[in-house]
Ligand binder design. Structure first.
Ligand SMILES: N[C@@H](CCC(=O)N[C@@H](CS)C(=O)NCC(=O)O)C(=O)O
Length: 205
């Protein structure tokens, strides 16, 4: 296997790095620099025509993209510890939270990034600033939803650390890079963030 990775702050490759670290799996890795535009170069487009990272090339040459799909593949190969749930209910809860984070948090964070951030002004043909700004309340709402869930259980989707926590951690850290903050009064979410950031996997490079 060969894992095509991009360093922080890219949240999606980091999701796979943390996932692999939690499994104790070392993936042979090649770094693609988005800052240098390597994701749009012919060599990488031959691997992933979508021009995005991460990608995982399997031994028979098949290429998996989509960070969550790569995580699912690793979960099937390396079952311990289970990060997608061990029972039907755990799996459904984890899937529910991953979808909520992707759709309710990452989508508005991505819109704020694309349409308001000065870095993106260099690559976006036109920034719709009002649209970007209009996404800020959606971020606040999604963070409050997570904070409420963390009042019930130590991890986002239950008693065990899961890929839902990995998805939330990588998204919040990217949001912080974009200039957003987790409000201090979301005490449970801030506490959760300290706990999961202290796991060795959070530092996986
Ligand atoms: N849904 C995809 C998103 C992949 C994605 O957006 N990757 C970013 C890096 S975090 C990227 O390659 N951005 C460069 C671009 O889209 O041009 C996944 O989860 O893998």
């Amino acid at each position: 296997m060969l894992f095509y990775d991009t360093p922080d702050p890219a949240p999606n490759p980091r999701r796979v790095r943390i996932f692999a670290a939690e499994k104790g799996v070392a993936l042979p890795t090649q770094t693609i620099s988005i800052a240098k535009g390597e994701h749009r170069g012919d060599a990488y487009l031959a691997v992933n025509p979508l021009g995005q990272t991460p990608a995982l090339v399997l031994d028979d040459g098949e290429v998996l993209t989509e960070s969550l799909s790569i995580c699912r593949y690793l979960e099937a190969l390396y079952t311990d510890p289970p990060l997608f749930g061990a029972t039907a209910l755990e799996s459904a809860r984890i899937d529910m939270w991953v979808r909520r984070i992707e759709l309710r948090l990452m989508v508005p964070v991505g819109a704020i990034w694309a349409h308001t951030h000065p870095f993106m002004a260099r690559v976006m043909p036109h920034q719709f600033t009002d649209f970007g700004e209009s996404n800020r309340p959606l971020v606040d709402r999604a963070l409050a939803l997570c904070d409420a869930a963390l009042g019930e259980t130590p991890y986002l989707a239950g008693e065990q650390f899961s890929v839902a926590d990995i998805t939330l951690l990588t998204t919040i850290d990217f949001a912080t890079f974009v200039g957003l903050t987790v409000p201090e009064d979301l005490v449970r979410l801030n506490d959760w963030h300290r706990r999961v950031s202290a796991r060795p996997s959070a530092k996986a490079v």
